[in-house]
Ligand binder design. Sequence first.
Ligand code: PSU
Length: 305
Amino acid sequence: MTPPLSLSPEVATARDEGRAIVALESTIITHGMPFPRNVETARAAEDAIRDRGATPATIAVVEGTLHIGMTGDQLDRLAAAGSVAKLSRADLPVCIATGGTGATTVAATMIAARLAGIEVFATGGIGGVHRGAERSFDISADLNELAQTAVTVVASGAKAILDLPKTWEVLETLGVPVIAYGQDSLPAFWSAASPYPAPLRLDSPEDIASAHVTRGKMGLPGGQLVANPIPPEAEIPAADLAPIIEQALADAETRGISAKSVTPFLLARIFELTEGRSLEANIALVLNNAALAAAIAHEIGAIRT
Ligand code: PSU
């Protein structure tokens, strides 16, 4: 049974020609950034991939069709739509079955990429274990997805609004390779370094591609998380951010924000509290991740041919 996938002409051609393709998610557009910077960033991320000779495939569900690669018009409409569903593993089939429209999270984008035969995906930061998870049990479905879907995800670690040590512990338990790119510590989204040592470190797209292919050959389910630090000129030092994150978390608690709304609320509140600086950093790291993902996709292609 084939799901209702729709490949954009650009992605269909790239697939026919066996060219490198990089998936991009859409929740970052609808729930992660304000309009119009969201759509500008979506286009810039696509261009960062094209500039490196690979093909971008932005993924979203529009009226029941799972799009792998979107037209400029579709991106504009999605970015400007006020309330779009945020689709993770549980919601994706229901949205498709009922003709709905929604943006895909890391988990849902991995599923869609895998269905389309795309092995590399770039985003900003994965979801993870929320602070206070010992009370709320709020753990992103992104973590389980990394354990079961064979896609290499390039992100700047997990978002620093989360409980990072618990997030890394869960990924370790799930057997997900967490690979810092070119440094010994794990990045912390808006900040390049953190006190947490990286379980694995690789210094080249070739090595990351080789690890991806080896994992597949061994028949191991699941993907890899490549934790790519934000470029130094764009980072916000962790010490500057700590009180801001605390403030945003306190505001979320006061307002009773829960479940899927937590991450979008915190990102928007941190944007206000940093007077936009967090958004500039987020954009810089997304573009940097898109570029690295394109290089990894090329190397996977080179190994396979
Ligand atoms: N990267 C960003 N901004 C975002 C996201 C990633 O720079 O908003 C999205 C991804 O779609 C990720 C989601 O899957 O945040 C995590 O949401 P949650 O914590 O509710 O699982």
